[in-house]
Design a protein around this ligand. Structure first.
Ligand code: TRP
Ligand code: ZN
Length: 880
């Protein structure tokens, strides 16, 4: 294949299908090399479509077509046309008819992990977004929903477990051989992307859940044999999720059985197939000695996310893939709320905003920027982005903020009442928000259609004699590719006017009165808010709780930030103030200044926070965390020298480590514990503080860091302690580092998830030796391009989590990434394209690195036979 520009799909071209499907019966005869799929589908003309006599055009790729029957009659090949992507039958009856198709697919040869494939001898499917077309011919699009009945036949020895969606039916041996069968029946109509099949030799953990209306649901988690003792935490998380969705949203589970399968080869985190979720095993398996606190938190929230899709995604699905945020943004919002309710709301909010800033803001400000609801795509798999997921969740959050929690719940109820069983649009969803609340959401819709992060400029005036405080806010959104002119969006801003005593003053808005809610709305390009009876000059605390996904352009001076750090009643903004202060200090260093006094007062403010016994450990850990190098780069925006940013940030780290050594050592002692491991919020918080402290101490004194980390490593009894110590130790060059790395591999080489951690640790080290180490590790016998987790652990961590090493001055980081992408693309285009997004910010680099990165992008684009996925990312990154 040549690099002729692949086709672009447009939202405006949406057309319903001319034929609808009723029931679909699928029979699989499983064989790794060649699996036979027989389908029988009931079609009927779509009454909503006027194109009478339109051909039946079904999607299908990489299939061997054996036969087609229409209403029981075998069709002569002259009656249909088969291309690489479609099966077309020009002449079909204009009344209900039945189509029977037999095809062969090749699971073992499927390295793309889309469709039916084999992972460690387990057959499994991944159909979202367009994988079903690699299983059989059908309308592979979300607005065609059908009732599935499935029969799986397979060898009893290799595949004792045979699973599909819905409720189990008949099963048993097949006479005259070593095969058996199982039947499954899913009563809920669903689109192709939610179909799933799993077959293999799997162990399971079981439990039972009783719904609020008293129905018993069987719960099963299937894993690799021998790992069934690692599912306990996932199972608890599942039950907690089921209860939460009943309590918070009134949503009950709707089948007799809910199953999760963990597989080791998976392109993404997990998949919400109806009644049969399939997970990347890294998000299921956990024991204290194999999983870190971060793993535990991820497992809990991803289990919740996929479970919540049962209503937001499955019961109500998407009309087309442009509506992806309808299920993803909303479901991320729901899982964020879940974690906030069962853990700490403030810690969760800070974590989510960090993630938004690290992943979404750079996306929104670069060549791959797109609206939360895009209007076009070349490859839909490229649009499972931070913008669709994370910014999409922020839009749901803003709607809840604007109408209040009660009205939001009413709107959700209305959404389910109106659209259950349908394939809906973002308009349908927002209309429910408007109808349930009485608020007009017309202007709000711009948030879905406009790319870019709005920037808000703040101007304040205070007149003590008149007790008048005037706040003028201006908004502007930078241009993004294809969208030069931007409209104002409605921005809900949590606000506090903090008095000199550290307490909030009343918000008495001229023309409105005292506000019930500490919230103002900036709907126009520019607006002035006049507050009365402001007796003392206030310190402004704006965008509290990060109520809107915006950037405040002109941050207040450092002394005000330090005041908020110590006093703001809004926990989020307390943290935000520390980030702003740190950012300002790093910027000052970058431009050659050495603001000794400011640095000292910053350290003093940190000291106040760290020694405040009313504050919890998790919050203190977050306060110790400086803004990331990527985040700093995104804020600077041009002529970036990642090496200089790293140095400036390190210099501030060193001052903190030295200036707070006494406090940090005290916390180091206080956070020591030999109690049995528990992944609960308190213990997780304690450990997060302990390892933030270790990093800070190491920043101030490398020898001390090595000493403490080595000591800790020697006595670690759980993976959090092991990784906590190691992640600092690997940043410190020396024999201890190398010995610890070797010992970790020795100890854990039998466990693929821990080998992933071993690769990731080394790729994460901000050392000039890291690119060479990564090249060496690419030749390690444990490294393989066939496993996405392994690729992400080594190359993904280098290119997306280690700016210092990735942006090595000689361009080797870029070369490593490009080499990997080119080798991977023929095997797994979804993952190669995802890796290529690490290049997206090349345009903001300083000249030399810009040229080096661009050369690699050009080299990729100049290669023949690129996948559609990779072509789209690379050509758009180059601005073509
Ligand atoms: N729908 C999945 C989720 O958000 C995402 C997903 C899983 C996916 N596997 C995929 C998307 C493969 C594209 C391709 O939970
Ligand atoms: Zn999802």
């Amino acid at each position: 294949m040549n690099n002729v520009s692949p086709q672009t799909v447009y939202l405006k071209d949406y057309q319903p299908v001319p034929y609808l499907a009723g029931e679909i019966f699928l029979r699989f005869v499983l064989e790794p090399e060649a699996t036979e799929v027989a389908s029988r589908i009931e079609f009927r003309p779509n009454p909503a479509v006027q194109r009478k006599g339109a051909p039946l055009v079904l999607d299908g790729e990489r299939l061997e077509l054996k036969s087609v029957q229409l209403d029981g009659e075998l069709l002569d090949p002259s009656r249909y046309e088969v291309t690489a992507t479609h099966l077309t039958i020009a002449d079909v009856p204009q009344r209900p008819f039945t189509l029977e198709i037999i095809t062969i697919c090749h699971p073992k040869a499927n390295s793309e992990l889309s469709g039916l494939y084999v992972s460690s001898n387990v057959f499994c499917t991944q159909c979202e977004a367009e994988g079903f077309r690699r299983i059989t011919y059908f309308y592979d699009r979300p607005d065609v929903m059908a009732r599935y009945k499935v029969r799986i036949e397979g060898p009893k020895a290799a595949c004792p477990v045979l699973l599909s969606n819905g409720n189990p039916g008949a099963s048993g041996p097949i006479p005259g051989g070593d095969c058996h069968f199982a039947e499954w029946d899913d009563p809920h109509p669903k689109p192709t992307y939610l179909f799933a099949l799993v077959a293999g030799n799997l162990a399971l953990a079981r439990d039972v859940y009783v719904t609020k209306s008293g129905r018993k649901v069987e719960l099963r988690i299937y894993v690799e044999t021998g790992k069934e003792n690692r599912c306990g935490f996932a199972m608890e998380a599942l039950k907690t999720s089921m209860r939460w969705d009943e309590e918070r949203f009134g949503l009950e589970y709707d089948l007799d059985i809910f199953m999760i399968v963990a597989v080791s080869d998976f392109n993404m985190g997990a998949m919400e197939n109806k009644g049969l979720n399939v997970f990347n095993d890294k998000y299921i398996l956990a024991l204290p000695e194999t999983a870190t606190d971060v793993d535990y938190v991820n497992i809990e929230s991803i289990i919740a996310h996929e479970y919540f899709h049962n209503w937001t995604g499955n019961r109500i699905t998407c009309r087309d893939w442009f509506q992806l945020c309808l299920k993803e943004g909303l479901t991320v919002f729901r899982d964020q709320e879940f974690t906030s309710d069962i853990r700490s709301r403030a810690v969760k909010r800070i974590a989510d905003v960090k993630r938004l800033r690290a992943d979404q803001f750079p996306e929104d400000g670069g060549p791959l920027a797109h609206p939360v609801r895009p209007v076009s795509y070349i490859e839909i798999n490229n649009f499972y982005t931070a913008t669709v997921y994370e910014k999409g969740a922020e839009l749901c959050r803003m709607m809840q903020t604007l109408i209040g929690r009660d009205a939001f719940r009413k709107a959700m109820d209305l959404y389910f009442a109106r659209h259950d069983g349908e394939a809906a649009t973002v308009e349908d969803f927002v209309r429910c928000m408007a109808d349930a609340s009485g608020r007009n959401f017309d202007q709000f819709f711009t948030w879905y259609e406009q790319a870019g992060t709005p920037e808000v400029t703040v101007t304040e005036t205070y007149n003590e004699a008149a007790r008048a405080y005037e706040l003028t806010l201006e908004q502007a959104t930078p241009a993004t590719p294809g969208q030069a002119d931007k409209k104002p969006v409605p921005i809900p801003l949590g606000i506090g006017l903090v008095g000199p005593d550290g307490r909030d003053m009343p918000l008495d808005l001229d023309g409105v009165g005292v506000l019930n809610e500490p919230l103002i709305e900036l709907n126009e390009a520019k607006k002035t808010f006049r507050f009365r009876n402001v007796v003392k000059k206030p310190v402004l605390s704006l965008n509290r709780g990060f109520s809107a996904p915006i950037r405040i352009k002109n941050a207040a001076p450092i002394p005000e930030q330090l005041f908020l750090m110590k006093n703001d009643g809004d926990t989020f903004n307390r943290w935000e103030a520390s980030q702003r202060a740190a950012h300002a200090l790093i910027r000052a260093r970058l431009s050659g200044g050495v603001p000794a006094a400011d640095t000292k007062s910053f350290i003093d403010a940190l000291r106040t926070v760290l020694t405040d016994s009313r504050l919890d450990d998790a919050f203190k850990a977050l306060m110790l965390g400086l803004p990331g190098e990527q985040e700093i780069a995104t804020l600077i925006g041009r002529d970036i020298d990642p090496g200089a940013i790293h140095e400036a940030r390190d210099a501030l780290r060193a001052e903190i480590g030295q200036g707070l050594k006494d406090v940090l050592l005290d916390l180091w002692r206080k956070t020591e514990s030999h109690a049995p491991f528990r992944p609960d919020p308190d213990e997780t918080g304690r450990r997060s503080l302990r390892y933030a402290v270790l990093q800070a101490l190491a920043g101030g004194n490398a020898a001390l860091g090595i000493e403490l980390a080595s000591e800790q490593l020697a006595q670690a009894t759980n993976m959090t302690d092991e990784i906590g110590a190691l992640s600092t130790l690997v940043t410190l060059e020396g024999p201890e580092r190398e010995a610890a790395i070797a010992a970790f591999h020795d100890r854990h080489k039998g466990d693929h998830l821990l080998v992933d951690k071993w690769f990731a640790l080394q790729a994460s080290a901000p050392l000039s030796s890291t690119p060479a180490r990564v090249r060496e590790l690419m030749r390690h016998p444990d490294f393989t391009l066939a496993n996405p987790n392994r690729v992400r652990s080594l190359i993904g961590v280098l290119s997306m989590a280690n700016p210092f090493a990735f942006h090595a001055e000689d361009g080797d980081g870029y070369a490593i990434l490009a080499d990997t992408i080119l080798a991977l693309d023929p095997k797994n285009p979804q993952v190669s394209a995802r890796m290529a997004t690490a290049f997206r910010s090349w345009g903001m680099l300083e000249e030399k690195r810009q040229a080096l990165a661009k050369a690699q992008l050009e080299r990729i684009l100049g290669t023949t036979g690129l996948s559609r996925d990779l072509f789209e990312i690379v050509s758009k990154s180059l601005g073509r």
